[in-house]
Write a protein of this length. Structure first.
Lengths: 131, 131
DNA sequence: CTACACCCTGTAGCAACTACAGGGTCAAGC
DNA sequence: GCTTGACCCTGTAGTTGCTACAGGGTGTAG
């Protein structure tokens, strides 16, 4: 299959597929006589794997590790589990940060009395403080 | 005050202060005879504003708008309120996305039986699907 | 007078793509 | 046979918000 077909089969942009090849996530495929990339089902499987891992929020570096691990079927699953757990912790941290932020921002917005900027509580909150 | 003093007074790195000047968020200050930047209290106030807005998660583009609005004290507070509300919506969306992700990832991790990679449920989840 | 901390400019790097510019290829329709 | 349009190629520059040099100059304490 050509790059456009592979891309649409995996909901990826063509440029992104080439990018994954350039950074070594996706092995370079064979070429046609016209120098077009010719992909097989192994490429499709690998790119699907990458996309699903990305959708779960794994970084490209984590995806690279997961791919390496998944290539050696005899290895223990522990390393895979570890990567996933680290990622879960990061997500929890982000959710916590965003929730705290949300509370603070909500408080700021709630104080807005819709007057002029001169006595806008939002601007005031951001402005200089007397300490 | 010199750039290092301004930076530490606002918990900002020196490079970041220069960066804000370069992108036009912070006006260029006067210079000493040795070509050192010399800041006044107005710069301190403005940089504090920027930092607090950034801490609330506003993008630099949003900060730029907030600064412009806060400069015209006679204007209505509505635009400010609007920017803040848009930002709040974005935060809510992000929290929602991350929470969904968290659930999914937790499910994936929970299915791990700690065997070999060959029958790792995590890898399996990421691998090719029969559709 | 010599360390050392600070300041200057300018450029390159990070993640993870995205968007051109400037070309080549191929199938369909007139 | 020739044009149109959709696709493909490479390579480079842009995005956000900084951060980290490299290679210099300045100011002060001992």
């Amino acid at each position: 299959m050509k790059i456009g077909e592979l891309a649409s089969a995996t909901a990826t942009k063509v440029e992104t597929v080439r990018y994954y090849e350039k950074i070594g996530l996706l092995p370079p495929p064979a070429r046609t006589s016209a120098n077009y990339r010719a992909y097989g089902s192994d490429h499709l499987a690998r790119l699907s794997f990458i996309r699903r891992a990305r959708d779960l929020g794994f970084s490209l570096e984590a995806v690279r590790e997961l791919l390496t691990l998944s290539d050696d079927k005899t290895q223990s699953c522990e390393a895979v589990d570890g990567i996933a757990r680290i990622h879960l912790n990061e997500i929890d941290r982000k959710i916590g940060d965003l929730t705290a932020l949300r509370t603070e921002l909500d408080r700021v917005i709630g104080s807005c009395r819709h007057g002029t900027v001169a006595d806008c509580k939002i601007i005031e909150t951001l402005g200089p403080r007397p300490n």
